[in-house]
Design a protein around this ligand. Structure first.
Ligand code: B3K
Ligand code: ZN
Length: 864
């Protein structure tokens, strides 16, 4: 990648399209390696200019190109075609030949097992035909699909089926018409032989919508939860936002080969089967939860994404941040809101803060992009959702809804910007959000420092808040942001909450008069995606944990106490169990019956990734062993109540309902402690053998794995023998092996990448085995001899040639080097440099590797 290094695109260079295509007719002659695609577009020039028509196209064989029925000369390179001197209005006919079978990038038209399917977001449509592949070009589509009838009885595309017929040679065809304008990234085609689950939904205005869920043959029994989730999501969006579905049919297809979770194509969602298929025996509570949330997310896109789409890809958070926020609201209504919130905060703290601290730091609306697929990031999605949540906090539920209503009525059918969204919120609420807009252009994690003042005599209590955002890899200068800081004050009379609006670098707030200094809880509900610096004393944290009102703050107080103890023990190995933690655990365990879900989260130790983000420099080995040591100490000290939690009331037959989920969760957390003890083999065995569902089964395996318990290997063998033909379940088995901190990690990975169920071509397998190693096998990945880094780099080189998008996700842990010791930084930099030297590195990896090496060099930690 030297001579023709990929160039970055800049938001500042956005220009309206020179041509529009309001109508498109597509015809697909489906064949494994030689699919013929005919695209007939009505094209019209926009404005006064003489620019050529420049069409995007990649990996296409051009068969024919005509304007108004005449062949035209076209200049072709590996990025597209340019045609000079075109008329103002014309019909463009392009015929291309593509090879779905050998398309391992899973972008464009490809084969997933026996089925044909497509993935066009962000820029995959250009792998199907030459086109204006940008979201501000919107067309009405008609799509005709022809294929062998026996192998592909179902031929699907967006919109409504308007005609079909049989052909003499055993082939058949179907014609689809989508009445809505859409950008080409929402186009979809699926052809295959599926089992079909059907249902109906009647909208608030009384229209009947046919719901169709297509799954691989034999999987119908695992499709019910997804269908229920869809109906819940449709009803919720009507009730919460007044938004109804708009077509007569809504289809979801589950496929095994998919680069991410799912895709919101208009009327025809394509899903990773992991986010569709579930039954008690094979799926965990977490799987059930995720399916409900992803089904809802894609459904919610129909309004926030499809009806109102993005003007350009820099605006991705317009649809993703907003839709993640909406699915978060939905999940909070469906499950335990506090637990749902804690999970979201963990994603921000473990992954988004890490992104901000590394070479790929970017604002939720990036300014510069080399490969768009690299920006489907935790920043754009999850921090994007936090930004929407802050708007919701500042405007209140009603104000936010007013803003949404205005946004929808003003922009329905358009391709718009993040600014348009904020403007609608502002206009609907007659408020000034100009300062708030900085969240869209500024990257980095702000730190908010808190100083309390209490006047013994007057009883006056005030706090000073000051904010600071450190420079990030992409941006040196930072400005103060508009931060809603929700606080809770606990005094003798209980707790009270309020939201302070910090708009300057530093501001003081008088909080009233108190006979005694109250206890302050900061960032209730995690009201802003920031880090807090506030030196609480331990007793205050204990009080918040045990007596606070806000569940998030209670959990967070536990996390702070536990984190502090781990960091201390890392500096002083052999330290005993701190008194404060004995008090904390004793207090928490008393709440177990009343609040099982919250207690389970409160008992759980902070993850290594969370601990790592709390310090600018970490000692990997010391931190790992300190965490392990504390876990053992707590297990010893609290074994009796923990055992009671595990052996308590026998569960009913599995159902995915909150009370049961909570009791399974608290048992699972207790098991992770108990597995550290010498005498719990019988308990673990019994828990495994008696389990009638995947949640309980996996809880035992996970507990044994984390504790390096001798039972792990035999139980895993038993598990494999039982599930060896079930691809989705075997992914759990691969993940347990990949993340197991063990001295033979690399040998295990090498062995298992040759397993009959493993394939480098299937992203779920790669994520399960190699991904869980790189992301979660801290000891193995960060091995001091560099073997973990080398293994991942070797694998990336192979994977990049197969599927650059998946490779580019997998490199993430190698970008988090800034807080490692110099020796490890050097080892990582060496591997990154090796990757960069590779002659045909994808644009995806090239962007990340060059940025990482640049950051390493600029922080003076480069190759020495
Ligand atoms: N919009 C898709 C993601 C597409 C990713 C392209 N690399 C799924 C979603 O966010 O709903
Ligand atoms: Zn989305």
């Amino acid at each position: 990648m030297s001579a023709a290094s990929p160039q970055a695109m800049k938001l500042a260079d956005y220009r309206q399209p020179d041509f529009l295509i309001p109508e498109l007719y597509l015809e697909f002659e489906l064949h494994e390696t030689q699919t013929l695609v005919t695209a007939v577009s009505k094209v019209s020039r926009q404005g006064e200019h003489n620019q050529p028509l420049v069409l995007d196209g990649e990996k296409l064989e051009l068969v024919q190109i005509q304007i108004d029925g005449h062949n035209v000369p076209a200049k072709d390179d590996d990025k597209g075609i340019s045609i000079d001197n075109v008329p103002n209005e014309f019909e463009l006919r392009v015929v291309t030949r593509i090879d779905p079978k050998n398309n391992t990038s899973l972008e464009g038209l490809y084969k997933s097992g026996q089925a044909f399917c497509t993935q066009c977001e962000a820029e995959g449509f250009r792998k199907i035909t030459y086109f204006l592949d940008r979201p501000d070009v919107m067309a009405k589509y008609k799509v005709k699909i022809t294929a062998d009838k026996q192998a592909y009885p179902h031929l699907l595309s967006n919109g409504n089926k308007v005609d079909q017929g049989d052909l003499a040679d055993g082939r058949h065809w179907v014609l689809w018409e989508d009445p809505f304008f859409k950008p080409c990234y929402l186009f979809a085609l699926v052809a295959g032989d599926f089992d079909l689950l059907e249902d109906l939904f009647t909208t608030a205005s009384g229209r009947q919508v046919a719901l169709q869920l297509f799954v691989d043959k034999g999987n119908l029994g695992r499709a019910g939860h997804a269908m229920d989730s869809l109906k819940k999501a449709m009803l919720w969006d009507e009730q919460r936002y007044g938004l109804e579905y708009d077509l007569d049919i809504y289809m979801i297809v589950a496929v095994d080969f998919f680069n991410m979770g799912a895709m919101e194509n208009k009327g025809l969602n394509v899903f990773n089967s992991k986010f569709v298929l579930a039954d008690p025996a094979s799926a965990t509570d977490e799987d059930f939860f995720n399916i409900e949330s992803v089904i809802a997310h894609e459904y919610f896109h129909n309004w926030t994404g499809n009806r109102i789409t993005c003007r350009d890809w820099f605006q991705l958070s317009l649809k993703e941040g907003l839709t993640v926020f909406r699915d978060q609201q939905f999940s909070a209504d469906m499950a335990d809101p506090a637990i749902v919130r804690i999970k979201q905060v963990q994603v921000i703290r473990e992954h988004q803060f890490a992104e901000d601290a590394g070479p790929m730091a970017h604002p939720i609306r990036p300014d510069e992009v080399m490969e768009m697929n690299n920006f489907y990031s935790v920043t754009v999605y999850d921090k994007g959702a936090e930004v929407i949540r802050m708007l919701h906090t500042l405007l209140g539920e009603e104000g936010f809804r007013r803003g949404m209503d205005l946004y929808v009525s003003r922009h329905d059918g358009q391709a718009v910007t993040c600014d348009d969204f904020v403007q609608a919120m502002q206009d609907a609420n007659s408020t000034d959000l100009s300062l708030f807009r900085r969240w869209y252009s500024q990257s980095g994690t702000p730190t908010v420092k808190i100083q309390e003042t209490y006047h013994e005599e007057s009883g006056e209590y005030s706090i000073e808040l000051s904010q600071y955002t450190a420079p990030t890899a992409d941006q040196k200068d930072k400005l103060p942001l508009h931060l809603p800081i929700a606080i809770e004050l606990i005094d003798g009379k209980g707790g009270q909450q309020q939201v302070l609006s910090l708009t300057r670098e530093s501001e003081s707030f008088n909080l009233g008069y108190f006979s005694q200094k109250p206890t302050l809880g900061v960032l209730a509900g995690f009201s802003a995606p920031v880090k807090i610096t506030f030196s609480h004393d331990n007793e205050a944290l204990l009080q918040i944990a045990l007596n606070g009102q806000d569940d998030f703050l209670r959990w967070d107080a536990c996390q702070q106490l536990l984190s502090e103890a781990i960091h201390q023990a890392a500096g002083q190995p052999g330290l005993g169990l701190p008194d404060i933690l004995s008090k904390l655990f004793a207090g928490i365990l008393l709440l177990a019956e009343q609040r099982p879900a919250l207690v389970a989260e409160m008992l759980a130790l902070p993850s290594f990734e969370t601990l790592a983000q709390q310090r600018s420099q970490i000692d990997v080995d010391a931190l790992l062993s300190a965490r392990k040591q504390l876990k053992k100490q707590l297990a010893v000290a609290f074994q009796t109540p923990l055992k009671d939690l595990v052996t308590g009331a026998l569960a009913d037959t599995y159902r995915y309902e909150q009370e049961q989920v909570q009791s399974r969760r608290i048992k699972a957390v207790s098991l992770t402690y108990l597995a550290e003890l010498a005498d719990t083999e019988q308990l673990l065995q019994t828990a495994y053998q008696h389990s009638d569902n995947m949640s309980d089964t996996l809880a035992v395996l996970k507990a044994c794995q984390e504790a390096n318990h001798a039972l792990f290997v035999p139980l895993m063998q038993e598990f494999e023998a039982h599930w060896s033909n079930d691809s989705l379940v075997m992914d759990k088995w691969f993940a347990l092996h990949g993340s197991r901190q063990h001295r033979d990690s690399i040998a295990t990975l090498e062995l298992l990448s040759g397993h009959a169920m493993y394939s480098i071509n299937n992203p779920n397998k790669v994520r399960a085995l190699i991904g869980s190693f790189a992301f979660y096998n801290t000891a193995g990945f960060h091995a001091a001899d560099g073997s973990g880094y080398r293994f991942v780099a070797d694998y990336l080189l192979k994977l990049d040639a197969v599927n650059p998008q998946v490779a580019s996700r997998l490199i993430t842990p190698m970008l988090g080097f800034t807080h490692l010791d110099n020796a490890r930084q050097d080892l990582i930099v060496k591997q990154l440099a090796r990757l960069l030297n590779h002659k045909s590195l994808s644009r995806d990896l090239f962007e990340k590797v060059t940025k990482a090496l640049h950051l390493a060099a600029s922080t003076d930690k480069a190759l020495s």
